[in-house]
Design a protein around this ligand. Structure first.
Ligand code: NOJ
Length: 517
């Protein structure tokens, strides 16, 4: 089948049916906003912070970042955090998910050198969040590995399991009394595949087909060790919840009759998120069958004496299995998949893409965000939540990230549409018994979007990168209303404001009165 004829099949008209009444969220449903240290803090070398792999990468010459920017200053939340908490208060969020920078706490990665100023910064941040009546939700690792540890192999070195647990212990010791929700590690696939198996993220190793799987095993073991540590030492006293955030896309067969496409979509889902979710949430606690099978066969064909996917021993399985109090799901989009003979030679060998052996296509009719990978496909979000619930026996699900990228501009109708359609899809899944307990927007404000620098804006608040002032977008008003009413009104339109009027009225700075409306 040609790509063109596939595209004809791609128009998928099923969509969630809009209901005309506001749809309530369950009682106690939690709404939040998410950020990550490197993307917002700045202060890259202040108060004793060490270098991370993102400092190294962004300082490379020539820079691989699209606009040649860095997170050196980012949106300066290191200094403006009080202001950021003010705008969260305006939104009315229940929780704030932010990450702790490992090299700010341990400049050399190891615990022989603990940076008290770094710990103090997060003390102040957390105290201020709590004072604002917001619940702190901490990600222990969101991609900013201390550079020293990278030189030792980073996530490909099995010793990192202990390095990470040592770091987690410091963080728990200091903050467990104030932080009820924890994510150990954000998005293992992006760490491993994008950073080790390709060059889409730091440290850009591009050791495809091998490094991403070594990394996957170590990430799972590190996560499990940090989870068990909380269980053993902190849970009794502090009674918090610990999980992991896994990036999950939905993969839909491009045709629903072709067995190969159906299998390809199933494989793609298992490679994308099953690889990390299955060992933690499934009954057998191992890597998914599809992943093991494909890599085993490909490895044999390629002359490897054994599978490139490392084995999980019985001890590994018993550590990893069940090591999460909830399923942290970061989800944005859907892709269509097909598999046929035209694939021959399409991907390098060995590689993760060749191990999946499928073609990923976009449906041009789906609304397209500024980020090339992101399209609005609410029914895919619905199917994803249903599938995860079915596969893993209805775990509590926290949507730890969902969001839309745009260019500059405060009147972000497209983002509002995206949120309406995705929240509606999520409510459909909840109505059908899925245990979604929380939802968090990526992101509170525009920030450093990794390889795309500041060219893609995900914020409910727009940031003027000259002055660092934050301005609420129309979607901020929309989200505030969702939270205030604990319901989704598909017809709710925030006030009809002009771009200029909107900006003048809602200008917020650290010194202003921060009333949003
Ligand atoms: C997932 C990542 O966790 C976050 O860092 C990133 O900015 C968003 N997706 C948007 O790409």
């Amino acid at each position: 089948m040609t790509a063109a004829s596939h595209l004809l099949l791609l128009f998928y008209c099923t969509d969630v049916t809009p209901k005309d009444q506001p749809r309530p969220f369950p009682d106690g449903f939690m709404f939040g906003v998410s950020t990550a240290a490197y993307q917002i803090e700045g202060a890259w070398n202040e108060d004793g912070k060490g270098a991370s792999i993102w400092d190294t990468l962004t300082h490379m010459d020539p820079s691989p970042i699209k606009d040649h920017s860095t997170g050196d200053v980012a949106v300066d939340s290191y200094h403006l955090y009080k202001h950021d908490i003010e705008i969260m208060k305006e939104l009315g969020v229940h929780f704030y998910r932010f990450s702790i920078s490992w090299p700010r706490i341990l400049p050399d990665g190891f615990i022989h050198n603990i940076n008290e100023a770094g710990l103090k910064y997060y003390d102040n941040l957390i105290d201020e969040i709590v004072r604002a009546g917001i619940t702190p939700f901490v990600t222990i690792y969101h991609w900013d590995l201390p550079e020293v540890l990278q030189r030792l192999g980073g996530w490909a070195n099995p010793h990192i399991v202990n390095w990470f647990a040592d770091y987690a212990k410091i963080v728990y010791d200091r903050y467990a009394n104030k932080v009820p929700y924890w994510i150990t590690i954000n998005e293992p696939k992006q760490i491993c595949y994008e950073g080790y198996g390709s060059d889409a993220k730091a440290p850009m190793l591009n050791l495809s087909g091998i490094a991403e799987y070594l990394c996957a095993k170590n990430v799972l073991l590190a996560h499990a060790k940090a989870y068990r540590l909380y269980d053993d030492k902190y849970r009794k006293v502090h009674n918090g919840s610990v999980g992991i955030s896994i990036s999950c896309s939905w993969y839909e067969p491009a045709t629903d009759t072709n067995e190969q496409d159906i299998q390809a979509a199933q494989d793609a889902r298992q490679f994308d998120w099953g690889l990390y979710a299955h060992p933690i949430f499934s009954y057998n606690g191992d890597f998914p069958h599809e992943v093991k099978k494909n890599i085993y066969h490909k490895s044999a064909e390629q002359g490897f004496p054994k599978s490139r996917l490392p084995r999980l021993s019985a001890e590994d399985v018993s550590n990893i299995k069940g090591s999460s109090d909830f399923f942290g799901m970061n989800s944005y989009t859907t892709k269509l998949i097909y598999r046929d003979a035209s694939l021959e030679g399409m991907y390098p060998t060995p590689s993760y893409m060749d191990d999946i052996s499928a073609v990923f296509v976009k449906d041009p009719t789906w609304p397209q965000a500024k980020s090339s990978w992101l399209q609005s496909v609410p029914w895919g979000f619905y199917k994803l939540i249903k599938e995860v619930s079915k596969l893993y026996d209805r775990p509590p699900i926290f949507i730890t990230e969902n969001g839309w990228s745009s260019g500059l501009g405060l009147l972000d109708e497209e983002r509002i549409n995206y949120f309406k359609r995705y929240m509606n899809a999520m409510l459909n899944a909840i109505d059908e018994g899925c245990q979604v307990k929380a939802y968090s927007v990526w992101s509170l404000m525009d920030n450093f979007e990794w390889m795309n620098g500041y060219t893609e804006k995900f914020g409910l608040y727009e940031v003027n990168f000259g002055t660092l002032e934050r301005y609420p977008r129309k979607s901020a008003y929309f989200y505030k209303e969702v939270i205030r009413t604990n319901s989704l009104d598909l017809y709710y339109e925030p006030e009809n404001l002009t771009e200029a009027g909107h900006s003048a009225r809602s200008r917020t700075t650290a010194d202003d009165d921060n009333e949003l409306i």
